[in-house]
Design a protein around this ligand. Structure first.
Ligand code: HEM
Length: 377
């Protein structure tokens, strides 16, 4: 596709696909032409129930200037310097999970359920200020919402489950938000309900709820997949990679960037043409949906030498796994830190890691890349 049809219309999905690195970057650099606002799409249908559309009121689906106002409410909390203060606590969380896994499983471990899922969800729950012991509910909600975004299973029953998940999340956060309005604390939820925007106003109720849902969902399955994909890449690479990375924080950071490129946890994102535009000789019309394939851009041989090889010391990679431009992932520093902590913990506890199951099941959605479970020994 990338070679022969780098920009093509997919009649079944009713959207354009863009596969090459340069084209993907160009689109992500130009918010005015390639909007994130789903309401600009020709086929957009306003949900009957306003609760279902909450996610559209978030930074992810808003163009500047509203985007910048919304992102500004929380962005300092995700900067490396702020995260560094919490780093020792994050390390403790991961080490507790690993100790439990080793105590219960001995030489065997299931990376996803023992570490890669519970770790990021506990971290974001703590940052938000919601009880982490409800993480099974969070997982169900996030998995349903992320899978639905891929359109892979558009059956009515599935769409109903998705609506149900969004309603339940909204209901859950309505109560938490009401509590923080009365009793603000030092957490993201309180920040979201009390923040003043540049004109002195507050976030609307929908924006506050949408922001909570976005933060809870955006960093879960994505970081889970980064951690599990890293374990797979390192195990597949074999040789002395584990020995080389153990104790070498910089080397591990570089290798994780390569995982983001080679096995990108987020494979694709959507944009809407805000006006008619030409791309590689094709005319994309105003209101058309465009799927921007990050996973393909990250394997583009025009940008990366031996793009289909995993090279853990490739640097700098300029990979697009966290997106690019205005909507560049807010949680990138957190995700990098979590992956570094999780992998350090694993490397410190194991001589060598072998994937114990040849028959790995991919995650349900084609927009996210990872496996449902990853047994190792
Ligand atoms: C945006 C990937 C972890 C929060 C994005 C985007 C990508 C991405 C590709 C751009 C979306 C677009 O342009 O349409 C990832 C990956 C992660 C990860 C691969 C893990 C490995 C996280 C975490 C959080 C987070 C831990 C924090 C809780 C967000 C938010 C946005 C975003 C809020 C929207 C930013 C904006 O619109 O300005 N992420 N993400 N992500 N991510 Fe992440």
């Amino acid at each position: 596709m990338r070679e022969e049809n780098p920009v093509r219309y997919d009649a079944d999905r009713g959207s354009w696909d863009v596969f090459r690195y340069d084209d993907v970057k160009r689109i992500l650099d130009d918010d005015a032409t390639f909007s994130v606002n789903p309401r600009l799409a020709n086929d957009f249908v306003e949900p009957d129930n306003p609760g279902e559309g909450l996610i559209f009121d978030t930074m992810l689906f808003q163009d500047p200037p509203r985007h910048d106002e919304l992102r500004g409410v929380v962005d300092d909390q995700f900067r490396p310097r702020t995260l560094r203060e919490r780093e020792p606590h994050f390390r403790e969380l991961a080490h507790d999970l690993l100790d439990t896994a080793v105590a219960e499983g001995g030489d065997e471990m299931e990376v996803v359920s023992d570490l890669a899922y519970p770790f990021p969800v506990t971290v974001i729950a703590e940052l938000l200020g919601v009880p982490a012991d409800e993480r099974d509910r969070f997982k169900e909600w996030s998995d349903t919402l992320v899978a639905a975004a891929s359109d892979d299973d558009a059956s009515e029953a599935f769409l109903e489950r998705q609506q149900q998940a969004q309603m339940e999340m909204a209901q859950y956060f309505v109560e938490m938000i009401a509590d923080r309005r009365e009793n603000p604390r030092d957490d993201l939820l309180s920040r979201i309900v009390t923040a003043e925007l540049s004109d002195g106003s507050r976030l609307s109720r929908e924006e506050a709820l949408g922001m909570c849902i976005l933060l809870l969902v955006a960093g879960n399955i994505t970081t889970t997949n980064l951690i599990a994909n890293a374990v797979r890449c390192f195990a597949d690479a074999g040789g002395d990679l584990f020995d080389r990375l153990r104790g070498d924080e910089r080397g591990l950071t570089t290798a994780l960037e390569e995982v983001l490129r080679y096995r990108s946890p987020v494979q694709a994102m959507t944009r809407i043409a805000a006006e008619d535009v030409e791309l590689r000789g094709e005319t994309i019309e105003e209101g058309d949906r465009i799927i921007v394939w990050l996973g393909s851009a990250n394997r583009d041989g025009r940008q990366f030498d031996a793009a289909d090889e995993f090279r853990p010391d490739r640097s700098p990679t300029q990979q697009l796994g966290f997106g690019h431009g205005t909507h560049y992932c807010l949680g990138a520093p957190l995700a990098r830190l979590e992956a570094e902590i999780a992998l350090t913990g694993l490397l410190d506890r194991t001589e060598e890691i072998r994937v114990a199951d040849d028959d790995l099941r991919p995650t349900r959605s084609s927009f996210v890349y990872g496996v449902e479970s990853l047994p190792i020994r």
